[in-house]
Design a protein. Structure first.
Length: 214
């Protein structure tokens, strides 16, 4: 039997929670709750088959433009799910990381994220990265600003700058480029996700809505 070739790093654009809820005549928050259960299954499966890095697009910079009540509910859901899952992640040797502008988030959400990262920092299994208040363009612009600041301080020269050098200024320089990017719900775009890192990634698009994806 041929051995399964497992991607080292899988990144997922989790799309379709709202449409899933609408199809069932439910408020959007129920779609997000169902999507959270899909996340739990995907983490377990990734761990079981040997994926080393799993990155999930949880909340984009553009998502802040959604209705206030939906954003508030999403922030609450992120906090509750992290609280609920921290010990399970730790027990299963999963290390949690976050990329994005975490300072945009409510203080209580920031606190639980910090705690979860610290609680799992010594784990050596699957690295689970959550992209929260994340945008690929924002990441690149922030990197450029940091480089310019270091240049003004005299800490670097223009000839120092190449692709590997630039990577050191991204949200997480240690995050390897994704081998595979999955997007659910039938949309054929990457929506500002991992723009720098996805230059050579394979893409898989499915019409399945996120809460039904396994």
């Amino acid at each position: 039997m041929k051995a399964l070739k497992v991607p080292y790093h899988v990144a997922i654009i989790m799309d379709g929670n709202g449409r899933w809820a609408k199809k069932k005549g439910l408020p959007r928050i129920f779609g997000h709750k169902a999507g959270a259960e899909a996340v739990r299954d995907i983490i377990k499966t990734s761990r079981d088959i040997g994926v080393k890095y799993l990155t999930l697009y949880v909340f984009s910079k553009e998502n802040w433009k959604r209705p206030y009540e939906e954003v508030k509910n999403l922030m609450y859901l992120i906090k509750i799910i992290l609280k609920r899952e921290i010990e399970d992640l730790n027990k299963n040797n999963v290390r949690l990381k976050v990329i994005g502008d975490v300072e945009d988030l409510p203080h209580d959400v920031q606190e639980i994220i910090k705690y979860a990262i610290d609680r799992t920092k010594n784990n050596g299994g699957l690295v689970l990265t959550l992209a929260i208040s994340y945008g690929g363009r924002a990441e690149i612009i922030k990197a450029i600003k940091k480089i310019l600041m270091d240049f003004e301080k005299g800490n670097l020269h223009f000839e120092d700058i190449d692709e590997e050098f630039f990577r050191n200024y991204l949200y997480d320089p240690e995050l390897p480029d994704p081998d595979l990017i999955i997007r659910t719900s039938g949309e054929l775009r990457i929506s500002n996700f991992l723009l720098w890192q996805s230059a050579y990634s394979e893409f898989y698009f499915t019409k399945t809505l996120w809460p039904d994806f396994r």
